[in-house]
Design a protein around this ligand. Sequence first.
Ligand code: ADP
Length: 401
Amino acid sequence: MKVLVLNAGSSSIKYQIFNMEDSLVLTSGLLEQIGEVSSRLKYKWLDADGEQQEAVQEGHVADHNEGLKLILDLTLKLGVIKDLSELSGIGHRVVHGGEAFWKPTLINDKVVDAIREMIALAPLHNPANLMGIEVSRALCPGVPQVAVFDTAFHQTMPPVAYHYAIPYSYYKDLKVRRYGFHGTSHRYVAKQCAQHLRKPLSECNLITIHIGNGGSMTAIKGGRSVDTSMGMTPLEGLVMGTRSGDIDPAIAFYLARAMNKPFDEIENILNKHSGLKGICGVNDMREIERLAAGGNLNAKLAIDMFCYRIKKYIGAYYAVLGAVDAVIFTGGIGENGVDERAQICAGLEGLGISMDNEKNAARSREMREISTEGSRVKIMVIPTNEELEIAQQTVESIRSA
Ligand code: ADP
């Protein structure tokens, strides 16, 4: 059984084809700069001997339709599939599912319309996701397609966690509430952790920390998301690469007045020029570590603020959950940032969260425990795999439909 996973951005298409029996990635690639003079497709595939090959192709790709056609033709040419009918399903990553979608959903015209209606909530992402769905339905009409939403896992949050304390009518009329994102990743690592703990997910209380360029944390009670740090948009919560995370909302009004700038510009500053980058000029954590090691005080401050915010959320989510089985690190920084993990967990022994420094420092690409033997709460590093989770959810959805 082969499943194609598509993640369409405004000028890019990221894809993978899985063989579902063994979760093997048969081919994967990233097409960038769609619509520009020269687009670039970087792709990998397994050849007939099972060896991984990779190549780059450049040339003009006018739009997403041409882009997906190029990818499908290439996949056929490489022999990954012999015919499009070999695809059992196509899973699409969709950022915002609003309140309408609490689980992966088989796509039909009505679903497409509902995703279109959500554009106001996610103007930066949903239009591109929708474009991906439309071209793929046109090019692969016989293949069942499933939308997998970043927000869906968090639809189990209770009202006390998802409401903002602003006039209630804004929730009713304008859908202003917390939705949360990165749900596919939080769900994937939670499932992996449950397997590792040999417990049903429905009996696990977890704090999942997904920290890459974007970042979010989730409190998971009995396997369900009960709170998460991102809000109505991905701007809320942790200090991120370029996003501020939690700030006093009045700062936006103050800045708009003080600098005489329109709100669009303030929104751009908070999303693209804040967070780690805002504090020290750089958003890549490895680069920030190098700067901090060289004595750059703002780089050190940026790392300290990043870790401190996460530590605060661990405390908050511990209180929400009451008892915690494991704290899970994932995402580029969560999986690789030895010093950040140590700094975040330092001083949490009183909460039963005790890190084994040697285990934390050991490099690995595998799921692993990095807490001490006696730690009441396990600390785990679990590499995320959002594409595989989308592929699995696609299969589940098609089967249950
Ligand atoms: P995205 O959110 O774009 O998917 P990733 O999950 O790939 O991002 O994470 C990117 C972040 O991970 C960058 O800030 C990068 O510096 C950081 N990172 C990668 N490797 C390391 C490392 N060894 N130590 C610290 N940070 C790392």
